[in-house]
Design a protein around this ligand. Structure first.
Ligand code: G3P
Ligand code: CA
Length: 301
């Protein structure tokens, strides 16, 4: 069973009509090509071949060195050798995007209850680091805006990194617009990919800003992964190792279609070895430095 929602035929028909309209406009009225997201090969630095190292994305930052989804972990990933940082976004009660994986505060903060029941001001009073180690006492839950500013600073310093921004749960178009507006204001549209398990949310991202690349996260693959990704205008699918093991040609099929395939969350050498042999475009991991070191030795001539 596919975790992400099934393709919606009405959405598919609408997409076909919209693209036909755009092609007609472009051809008949001399408007040039319709603007759309950069293709997977551009975003990922090329689609990989079997045996070629994919990019590394630090899962929730580098959570091996600092509490997940806090600025120390996210900054460690931005400053490390990995090309991408992955993080999770939720909305506070007053509609501010904050970086938290769980819907509840209890595991990673000294608060209790739902993230969405607290204003950003209340959330930022919580301790999101003490659970990890005393060194991180009083570390706060970051806003998305803070991460985007750090991403821009990294790019301005000549070491551009990219971010996989996961919208947790279901987001309406108005909610999505809060995020896309922040991305626009920060000037990091070329450095982010928005992702979600929820295909309605993916649809809403493309409705709000079709220039931003989107990727669908799915814990199992549909029969036709290429059609599934295309239906939602996704540049890539993000899936797990067991899904790929059940469809050994998926990487090849995606790549032939110009689409990317990224795996989450691989933390063992055995898993990295298998991903490398498959030629996946990226690996999301909790151990980004170790993976970088391992890939260096596994791929050296
Ligand atoms: O982006 C893929 C991965 O992060 C999804 O799993 O639960 O860690 O957000 P989760
Ligand atoms: Ca995630």
């Amino acid at each position: 069973m596919v975790t992400a929602q099934r393709p919606n035929l009405r959405t598919a028909r609408r997409a076909v009509l919209v693209s036909a309209l755009l092609v007609g406009l472009a051809g008949g009225m001399g408007l040039g090509q319709a603007a759309g997201p950069v293709a997977a090969s551009g975003l990922f630095g090329g689609l990989r071949e079997p045996g070629q190292a994919g990019f590394i994305a630090g899962h929730r930052g580098d959570r091996s060195v600092a509490p997940e989804n806090t600025m120390p972990a996210l900054q460690a990933a931005l400053d490390g050798p990995m090309g991408f940082v992955e993080t999770d976004i939720q909305l506070s009660k007053d509609g501010v995007p904050v970086l938290m994986h769980d819907a509840f505060l209890d595991r990673t903060t000294n608060g209790t209850g739902r993230v969405s029941d607290f204003t950003v001001k209340q959330l930022q009073k919580l301790d999101a680091g003490a659970w990890f180690s005393p060194e991180f006492v009083r570390t706060r839950i970051p806003t998305l805006e803070t991460l985007l500013v750090a991403l821009k600073a990294k790019s301005d310093s000549g070491e551009p990194k990219k971010a996989l921004l996961e919208l947790k749960g279901f987001w309406t178009t108005d909610e999505v617009r809060i995020v896309t507006d922040l991305i626009g204001v920060a000037g990091v549209g070329s450095l982010v990919i928005l992702s979600s398990f929820d295909t309605s949310t993916i649809d809403h991202v493309t409705q709000v800003d079709s220039s931003l690349p989107v990727a669908i996260i799915t814990s199992s693959l549909p029969r036709d992964p290429v059609a599934f990704a295309r239906l939602y205008g996704a540049v890539a699918l993000i899936t797990n190792q067991s899904a790929v093991e059940q469809d050994q040609w998926v990487v090849d099929r995606m790549h032939r279609a110009g689409l990317g395939l990224v795996l989450y969350t691989l933390n063992s050498k055995a898993a990295w070895k298998s991903a490398l042999a498959l030629g996946v475009d990226g690996i999301i991991t909790d151990r980004p430095n170790r993976l970088d070191h391992w890939l260096g030795s596994a791929t050296e001539k």
